[in-house]
Design a binder for this molecule. Structure first.
Ligand code: AGP
Length: 623
């Protein structure tokens, strides 16, 4: 299923080049969502057909096409960038797809599961297909409905009722020059409310330079935007009331702000992401304020298990939180990959608190796992970064990470914000259930409050990490070791190197080394080890020091991330990077940062596309 960038625009008055400008600008900011092809359709004064341009490859190819063959002025437009899985990325498979002889255009994010049967039905009526996509089927169905006399919005409702699967659809008809229609199911679509103009986008980044007033669409709703109005209905045509909200990000936030890559900018936004996630979260007497919805305190008081569902980096935030929440709340915490959770017939019930962690809030694996948990009666708290995203909307309660837009595919500041939010949840539970006295709660909050400044210190002293990355630019393997909360950090370090520098990196629990992985160690193999504080539980530090000795004895290049003042670290390390002193449970907020800096720098010196690594997209809205 493609995970796409979608933009729609309609404006008042006579035709202009504003529709094209708004849509192309929006696609540029959405390109991280997927980039195998791009296209645009413009509603022009010619009521018989639309003006369309579409090209395989990155958005720049479409821009070149338009420069060579300029598009006419218009009153409305829809645009699309695609990350393909069905149908190779070719010009023919690029969206928009046309129907009614080029009078109707449709763009789509998602997968129409019953498209084959629908295509056969259409073929039976003599419809010719020019692409191998499911989207084209929806386009011809729409044309049939319009040709039977329905206005575009009503036609879209009729089509959506026939589709199965997950989809965001936008469509325009040359005969309705001031209308764009959209619908969604299990796939994102938000409305931007302007002055005599309105917008649609797969997320708010598409239009926030024009308006920050947004409207989220619910499941199976159809929206018709004209310059004067936004009409939302359900699939039967009954009006639906949707409350607008203000998007707190501004257009500049979604730019690179002076850094070379979004990822570098976002690594440097880590301190702010932690501080903003903490901000205003505790009322005067230290009680947590959940953002939206609420899981009743009496429910939280009775839970006897917590299951975290997440994927990738978000799952490592969950793993870190497991150590803290189990320690504070004395409740078992399981951390499950969302895609495994649903299929293992998990033991879940009303006394299981499920915590869904997701930066995008659109990860289909996590959406489906959340729904499975809710079907079993479990309350779900979501820790999500994108306002109004599907997971945020469907969870029982939401604790937003306030990391701001994370554009780079590799998640960095969101990880720090996710750990912070998960800690706030753990502290809230410990307080509510009486596991911790008020003074202990206050102490934990003070420790958290001190972390943004310490993260900043790590950033300020990270040049040696970049130097080492440049030295290791040609390495073919890097191993990562960690113990206790350092273990998820080791996994995160390995994941970043895989997804950015395409190096086969691997993270292990340090204690696991002698059970097999140590066979990988030979002369010169770089091993990055997260060393627990010597001030913490003595045994942890001593054991990891002996792990460092073991691998060093076999020729490994030992790169140690240690706490300021830890003399022993330097004894056995080829390189030591110090992070400020912090309580053991707070350390991942610091030790994850060198992992991000290291991977970013190594991928950069290798000339990789750091913000948009190959084969990956920012939001994995496929199952
Ligand atoms: C992290 O750098 C990766 N981009 C990926 O593992 C990501 O964390 C995962 O796909 C989960 O995404 P989410 O947080 O948006 O759900």
């Amino acid at each position: 299923m493609p995970m796409c960038g979608i933009v729609g625009y309609v404006g008042a008055g006579s035709p202009s080049d504003r529709p094209q400008g708004v849509v192309m600008g929006g696609l540029e900011r959405l390109e991280y969502r997927g980039y195998d092809s791009a296209g645009i359709a413009i509603v022009t004064p010619d009521e018989t057909r639309l003006a369309v341009a579409k090209k395989a490859g990155k958005l720049v190819n479409l821009a070149k096409e338009i420069a060579e063959r300029p598009l006419p002025v218009g009153t409305a437009a829809i645009g699309h960038t695609r990350w393909a899985t069905h149908g190779s990325p070719t010009d023919a498979n690029a969206h928009p797809h046309l129907a009614a002889g080029g009078r109707i255009a449709i763009i789509h994010n998602g997968i129409i599961e019953n498209y084959a049967a629908l295509r056969d039905e259409l073929r039976g009526k003599g419809v010719e297909f020019v692409s191998e996509t499911d989207t084209e089927v929806a386009g011809h169905l729409l044309a049939d409905e319009v040709d039977s006399g329905k206005p575009l919005a009503e036609a879209m409702r009729a089509v959506a009722r026939r589709l199965e699967g997950a989809f965001t659809l936008l469509a325009v008809d040359a005969r309705e020059p001031h209308v764009v229609v959209g619908t969604r199911r299990n796939s994102p679509l938000v409305v931007g409310l302007g002055e005599n103009e309105n917008f649609l986008g797969s997320d708010v980044v598409a239009f926030i330079e024009h308006t920050r007033t947004a409207l989220e669409l619910g499941q199976d709703e159809v929206v018709e935007i004209t310059p004067e109005a936004v009409v939302v209905t359900d699939l039967d045509g009954s009006p639906v009331e949707r409350a607008p909200y203000e998007v707190t990000w501004d257009a500049s936030a979604a730019q690179k702000g002076g850094f070379d890559t979004f990822m570098e900018k976002e690594i440097h936004e880590g301190p702010t992401a932690v501080a903003d996630t903490l901000r205003g979260r505790m009322d005067a007497n230290g009680r947590l304020q959940l953002d939206e919805g609420i899981v009743a305190p009496e429910v939280l008081a009775t839970i006897d298990k917590i299951i975290v569902i997440a994927c990738g980096t978000a799952s490592y935030a969950g793993l870190v939180a497991k150590y803290a929440i189990e320690h504070w709340c004395r409740i078992p915490v399981e951390v499950e990959y969302s895609h495994e959770f649903r299929y293992r017939d998990p033991v879940v019930g009303p006394r299981t608190l499920v915590v869904a962690i997701s930066q995008s809030g659109e990860t289909m694996d996590t959406i489906m796992a959340m729904r499975h948990a809710q079907q079993q009666g479990a309350p779900v708290v979501a820790i999500v970064n994108v306002q109004g995203s599907t997971i945020a909307r469907e969870a029982d309660a939401v604790l937003y990470t306030r990391a701001g837009p994370e554009i780079a595919v590799a998640s960095t500041k969101a990880l720090l914000a996710q750990i912070t939010a998960a800690y706030l949840l753990g502290i809230y539970l410990a307080d509510l259930r009486g596991n911790k006295f008020p003074d202990e709660i206050a102490a934990l909050l003070r420790e958290l409050d001190a972390m943004p400044a310490k993260v900043q210190l790590v950033l300020d002293t990270s040049e040696p990490v970049r130097e080492l990355a440049r030295e290791l630019a040609d390495t073919k393997i890097v191993l990562f070791l960690g113990r206790h909360v350092g273990y998820p950090v080791a996994l995160e370090g390995a994941l970043k190197l895989k997804e950015l520098a395409y190096i086969h990196a691997e993270g292990f629990a340090a204690g696991e080394l002698k059970h097999g992985p140590i066979a990988l160690v030979e002369e010169g193999v770089p091993i990055i080890i997260v060393l627990p504080s010597p001030r913490g539980r003595e045994s942890l530090h001593a054991k990891v020091v002996s792990n460092i000795q073991e691998v060093r004895a076999r020729g490994a290049r030992t790169i140690v991330i240690a706490e300021e003042g830890d003399e022993q670290a330097a004894q056995y390390a080829s390189h030591v990077f110090y992070v400020p002193e912090a309580p053991t449970l707070m350390m991942p907020l610091l030790t994850a940062v060198p992992m991000h800096v290291f991977a970013h720098e190594l991928a950069t010196v290798q000339g990789r596309d750091v913000d948009q690594p190959r084969n990956l997209a920012k939001s994995v809205t496929v199952e």
